[in-house]
Write a protein that binds this ligand. Structure first.
Ligand SMILES: NC(=O)c1ccc[n+]([C@@H]2O[C@H](COP(=O)([O-])OP(=O)(O)OC[C@H]3O[C@@H](n4cnc5c(N)ncnc54)[C@H](OP(=O)(O)O)[C@@H]3O)[C@@H](O)[C@H]2O)c1
Length: 255
């Protein structure tokens, strides 16, 4: 049992880890022993989070890049491997949404959301797979959503399509990379209290609806994503691949 969830010696890149769920996961992976590479589009925000982790005695570094920039993403992964000798865990977390009624939904926003939420994870998984294959060990964890499988809300067609695509991509990567000792899983969060959905939480009607619709009766705290992600990144999940782990307080199973 001892060490089953330990990530000592592992190197993990978490995209979009300057705040929200990404930051919670970065903290969790670092406290489990991994060297964590913080990512976001703002170099200052990235540097501040690296400093925070180091202040807790964790080992961390920063890679500031926009996940939609293919060349920057590839170069960042090459730098991590050059500096740390490996990349063991990739968490594709950076994500955005855009809400608009279908008849007014701008195609530019459709493309922007698909680019960040689906195409970037594909490209980064591609870039990370090389060093993982070379080490014959790897973990790719895609942060999807409960709206990616079987349920949807009005006015978010791009987000819903992207997250559904990401869950399907997870299965495709899992079957292709398994022979190389690499697992690929998705996590489907329900409603977590982060900046992404602050406008929704501010609406009393929406807030009440989410709490009533969730068997556990509340929004999740960002820290509640840590256990599932550390589990999937660790040796405890060595035979788990192609799975989508729902973390939603029971929302999608409630009638
Ligand atoms: N919160 C929820 O309830 C919930 C539910 C289901 C799924 N999710 C998913 O969980 C993930 C995180 O959500 P969150 O609520 O934590 O979001 P958030 O609070 O808005 O944080 C998003 C993070 O992504 C970074 N980011 C945004 N665009 C980026 C880009 N192009 N390149 C690099 N980094 C970028 C942001 O950093 P910078 O601003 O510094 O670039 C920030 O660190 C998303 O994929 C989201 O879809 C969240």
């Amino acid at each position: 049992m001892e060490g089953l969830f330990s990530l000592a010696g592992r190197v993990a890149l978490v995209t979009g880890s300057t705040r929200g769920l990404g930051w919670a996961m970065a903290e969790g992976l670092a406290r489990a022993g991994a060297h964590v590479v913080i990512n976001g589009t703002g170099a200052d925000r990235v540097a501040a989070r690296v400093k925070e982790l180091a202040g807790w005695g964790c080992t961390a570094s920063g890679a500031s890049f926009d996940v939609t920039d293919a060349a920057e993403g590839k170069a960042a992964i090459e730098r991590i491997v050059a500096e740390r000798g490996r990349l063991d865990v990739l968490v594709n977390n950076a994500g955005i949404s855009h809400r608009a009624p279908l008849l007014e939904f701008p195609e530019a926003d459709w493309r922007r959301v698909l680019d960040v939420d689906l195409t970037a994870p594909f490209r980064l998984a591609q870039a990370a797979s090389g060093p993982m294959i070379a080490n014959r060990w790897g973990r790719i964890i895609n942060i999807a959503s409960i709206v990616g499988a079987n349920i949807a809300r009005p006015t978010t067609p791009a987000y819903t399509a992207a997250k559904g695509g990401l869950t399907a991509l997870t299965r495709a990567l899992a079957v292709e990379l398994a022979p190389h000792g690499i697992t690929c899983n998705a996590v489907a969060p329900g409603y977590f209290a982060t900046e992404l959905n602050a406008p929704l939480r501010a609406r009393a009607d929406f807030n009440a609806q989410i709490c009533a619709r969730t068997p556990l009766g509340r929004w999740a705290e960002p820290s509640e994503i840590i256990g599932p992600v550390v589990f999937l990144a660790s040796d405890a999940a060595s035979f788990v691949t192609g799975h989508c782990l729902t973390v939603d307080g029971g929302m999608v199973v409630a009638l």
